[in-house]
Design a binder for this molecule. Sequence first.
Ligand SMILES: [Zn+2]
Length: 111
Amino acid sequence: MDVEAVARMLLERRAELQGELSILTAVPRDPMAAVSFGKRIGDGTTEAVERLNRVGAANAIAATLADVDRAIAKLDEGTYGMCDLCGEPIPAERLEAIPSAVLCVGCASKR
Ligand SMILES: [Zn+2]
């Protein structure tokens, strides 16, 4: 396994995720202008749904980001590729598919 290549990939992924997260959690500069612009009956519902979607997406990205951070820490610790819960090796195919995986398939399904 090329640890440096994996580290580079994870750091790039982390930067990407941080960028997406900052866009999703950004507060509009003028919230009142955003609300009153093009206001029609029913828009309030759409806005509420949109806000919930953004919160859901932001939470999903934050969870992935936590995994990426953990995977980077594991590279430093020298435990990369070992399951954080049971300590068993994570299959290479799984790491190739999900380089930020910190749990084996069995433990991940229980999370
Ligand atoms: Zn495990």
